[in-house]
Design a protein around this ligand. Structure first.
Ligand SMILES: [Ca+2]
Length: 222
């Protein structure tokens, strides 16, 4: 009876070990093959969730930014409205440059010259009207400021001695300030327009005469 050699025994032991290790590895590989897709799914879900969170956070930040910008725009618009209101108030309270103030009105003594109609138009362009002398205090102020210069004023004969101011009020005989002998239609000329002359008194003259003029505008109350 022969006995297996030592090498034969070793080979058989290795074969058994290999079979055992294969038997053991097979379930592990199977388990791993089942686990891998699950991990990938989890990873994909995590990445998708993270990206979604990033997008959501970006949208939130964008919305907050837009709301912030909108808020600032609203504040700037309100500030602009306030500044515009203050500017309008200041404009109403103060006389424009080169205008002179007396009580609640501003007066412009032109350096240009023109006929009466031109003078009237120029005042309108400045949102004013030719001077209306409605009381003695204003008349004295104008006389002083005019300093003996001839200026058109807003008084005109609408026909038959119907002297009327440009604001539509009639010129009452009691409040007139004519130079002695005026109005006179000098030498038969048609003199329907009035200007002040020396000492601030009035003279009727041809409306085509070339003279300076005085504009007037009231200061609006706040
Ligand atoms: Ca005259």
């Amino acid at each position: 009876m022969s006995h297996p050699s030592l090498y034969e025994n070793l080979d058989s032991i290795e074969m058994v070990d290999q079979r055992d290790s294969k038997d053991k590895a097979a379930p592990q590989e199977k388990a791993q093959s089942e686990v891998e897709p699950s991990r990938r799914r989890s990873l994909l879900l995590f990445i998708s969730g993270f990206l979604s969170f990033c997008v959501f956070l970006s949208l939130i930040l964008l919305l907050v930014g837009l709301l912030n910008v909108a808020g600032k725009c609203t504040k700037m618009m309100l500030l602009q409205e306030d500044l515009q209101a203050e500017l309008t108030q200041l404009k109403n309270k103060e006389c424009p440059r080169n205008w002179r103030r007396f009580r609640q009105a501003c007066y412009y003594f032109s350096t240009q010259k023109g006929n009466w109609q031109f003078a009237k138009q120029q005042c309108s362009l400045e949102y004013s009207h030719l001077l209306v002398i409605s009381n003695a205090a204003k008349r004295d102020f104008i006389t002083k400021e005019a300093n003996h210069t001839l200026y058109w004023i807003g008084l005109k004969d609408l026909g038959g001695g119907n002297w009327t101011w440009v604001d539509g009020t009639a010129c009452r005989p009691s409040s007139t300030f004519w130079t002695v002998g005026e109005p006179n239609n000098w030498h038969g000329r048609i003199e329907d327009c009035v200007h002040i002359e020396k000492e601030g008194r009035w003279n009727d003259n041809q409306c085509s005469a070339n003279l300076s003029w005085i504009c007037e505008k009231k200061i609006k109350s706040a």
